[in-house]
Each structure stands twice: as C-alpha cells, then as structure tokens.
Design a protein around this ligand. Structure first.
Ligand code: SAH
Length: 342
C-alpha cells in the first residue's frame, strides 16, 4: 500500500483497515482519539495499540503536516497562508464572532468556475485538496491559537462541489464524535450552483448548511458574472434548491455580493425577492471586497441599505455580512495571489 495521509481516512475506512488485519474494529476508534483528540505528532505516542500494528501504521500512513508560511492579523480576523507538499499555496481565514471562532477553509488549489469578480478564479484549478489538507487547515490553526474552532465554512479558494467526494469525506471526519466533533449545523458548504451535486448533497445523512452564491436573479446578468450559469441557469438552480429544501427541510442561504451598477438596482432587488419569496431561506448581502486585478466596484453604502430595505419590507430574512479583514486582503484568494504575484 502506498503511503497516504492518515487524515484522509474516515472512521469506517480505519475500521476496515483493522478488520483486514484481523484486529478488532474498535482500534479505529482508539486511533481516531489519538489523532483528533490527543493530536499526536508521532505514531509512537500511541500506548493502547500493540507495537506490531503501530509499525504497520507507520509503513502505510503518514501524519501529514502543512507548512504555515504566513499569518496576517487584523481586528477579529486572522488570515493564514499554507504551503502544501507540492509547493502550492492555499489560505484560510479565521473570524472571531461573538458566538465562536469560525474558519473559512479552501477546498482546491485554484478554481475553474471563472466568476468574474473573484480573485481565486484568476488561478485555474491546479488540483483538488485532499480531505487531509482540509482537516489540517483546521487542526494547524487550532494549534496556533490554542483554542477550538467552533464553525467551519467551506468558502475559501475553490468550488467544493467540484471536489465533491473529498468534501463529503472531510465532513464525515470533522463531524465524527470521535473526530473533530464539529456539529453539522456548525458546518457550511458554499457552492456557485453545481446542480447535480446540490441534489446529491440533499441525500447525505448530515445536517450540514448549504449556501448558494446567487449574486443575481436575472440570467442575463448572472451569465455575465458567473459562467456556471450557462450550464445551470437560475431556473435549474432554483429547482434543485427547492428539491433540496423538500428533502432536508433545512434553511438555505443565498449569498449576494453587491457590485456597483451590476446587480444592485431597485429592479434587481425586486427580482431577487420574487425569486425566493416563500422559500425557507435567508439572504446574506455581501459588500464586495475590491481587488487590484478586477474592475468591479463595491456598491455605495446607500445602495446597499436600499437593497436591504426592499428585501426586509418583503418579510424575507436578510442580513448584511459583517466585514472582516479588508486591510489584510481577506477577500478570497488575495493572500495567495499577493504571495505568488499573479
Ligand atoms: N466556490 C464557492 C465557494 C468559494 S467563494 C462559491 O462560489 O460559493 C465564497 C463566496 O465568496 C462566494 O459567494 C463568492 O462569490 C464570494 N466572493 C468571491 N470574491 C469575493 C469578493 N472579492 N468579495 C466578496 N465576496 C467574494
């Protein structure tokens, strides 16, 4: 068997591993506790599994680490840049909320979705992150801050539903009571709208939150800023979201970046309300983080408030996202692109 990061293995995978070796499957639970609760840095620290098995674990698996190459701090937000084994870079953003510490993790190196306003997508997808590389973003930052992270959002670099199997395994491991013990309601996956995966996601046994990057309720505009809309248009997307809602009964979040002169008119707001009226959802309005490379501008403050009021008056749940880290380039992909100067 080739050497693989042990953090890629779910509890079930490790149970199968031990059963194959004629060992009791509860060894997997013990191993999980060493990995995720005691946080060992060497297999030799394990005391309740016999030496011959430890030796086999060492032959089959690594305790992978990521290199933390940069940390930037601002009020209530830290940004971390990691270097992976193949020298690629990804970033994570830690936000200190009143309700806990929330970590925004990356799911791919680069991204193929090509959203016009997004810094991450300027680097095309190089590869998917493994479950291990996503888990280690959490574990390494917890070690760094000497505290637990209470919420995880998969909203950093990458399109999680373009890395579906690894995302599901990642969720399985971080959600496990013997794993990182992150409650499923404290985990959010955000997608630009890959319809078949939304439908698959609805069938999962986890109560994980789903956020949809909508950004426009009109196909003309959405086609221009989000190429995925040419594959799955707004009707197809909303149809999938409705199916998701009827399967899961869990409230969906629609993210809506306000871009000056692009999607922030009164008409845009009304169209958005018409689109989501009556759905179990809430709308998260996002003031755009401007970047040097892209021409989009953030909507004026008054325009943002006008947009918010229109939605509020229609009795639709809406918030304006609290801003973190403007000073430290917290907009997706900015730290990586500064580092690599592309
Ligand atoms: N690919 C996934 C998750 C990563 S992007 C998705 O599209 O949802 C996470 C969120 O940040 C998305 O809503 C995305 O549209 C938004 N985003 C991207 N660039 C941004 C910027 N410069 N300012 C504010 N939000 C941005």
């Amino acid at each position: 068997m080739a050497m693989e990061s042990i953090y890629n293995k779910s509890l079930k995978d490790l149970e199968d591993y031990f059963i194959n070796k004629n060992e009791k499957k509860y060894k997997a639970t013990q191993l999980f506790e060493w990995l995720y609760q005691k946080r060992i840095t060497s297999f030799d620290e394990i005391t309740n599994i016999k030496k011959s098995i430890i030796d086999e674990l060492k032959e089959d698996f690594t305790l992978e680490k990521l290199a933390l190459v940069k940390v930037e701090k601002d009020v209530d937000v830290n940004k971390y840049l990691f270097e992976l084994a193949d020298k690629a870079h990804v970033e994570s953003v830690l936000m200190m909320h009143t309700y806990g510490k929330s970590l925004c993790i990356s799911s791919q190196v680069g991204c193929n979705m090509g959203c016009k306003f997004c810094e991450s997508g300027r680097l095309k997808k190089v590869r998917n992150l493994t479950p291990s590389e996503m888990i280690l973003q959490i574990m390494m930052i917890e070690k760094e801050i000497k505290d637990r992270i209470s919420h995880v959002v998969i909203m950093g670099i990458g399109e999680p539903f373009d890395n579906y199997d690894n995302i599901v395994k990642f969720i399985e491991i971080i959600n496990a009571p013997q794993g990182l013990q992150l409650g499923s309601r404290h985990i959010t996956v955000s997608t630009c709208g890959i319809v078949p995966k939304i439908l698959e996601f609805a069938l999962l046994p986890y109560q994980v939150n789903l956020a949809i990057s909508l950004h426009s309720a009109s196909n003309d505009t959405r086609d221009q800023i989000m190429p995925i809309n040419k594959v799955y248009n707004i009707e197809a997307l909303m149809d999938a979201v409705k199916k998701y809602l009827s399967k899961t009964n869990r409230r969906v979040t629609f993210e809506y970046i306000l871009l000056d002169g692009v999607n922030d008119s009164v008409n845009d707001a009304n169209k958005l309300c018409d689109l989501v009226a009556g759905m179990n959802c809430y709308i998260n309005l996002i003031p755009y983080n401007e970047t040097n490379h892209l021409q989009f501008k953030r909507s004026k403050k008054d325009t943002i408030l006008r947009f918010y009021d229109i939605i509020k008056k229609r009795n639709i749940n809406v918030t304006i996202r609290r801003e973190f880290g403007g000073k430290i380039s917290a907009a997706c992909g900015q730290l990586r692109s500064k580092k690599e100067d592309v």
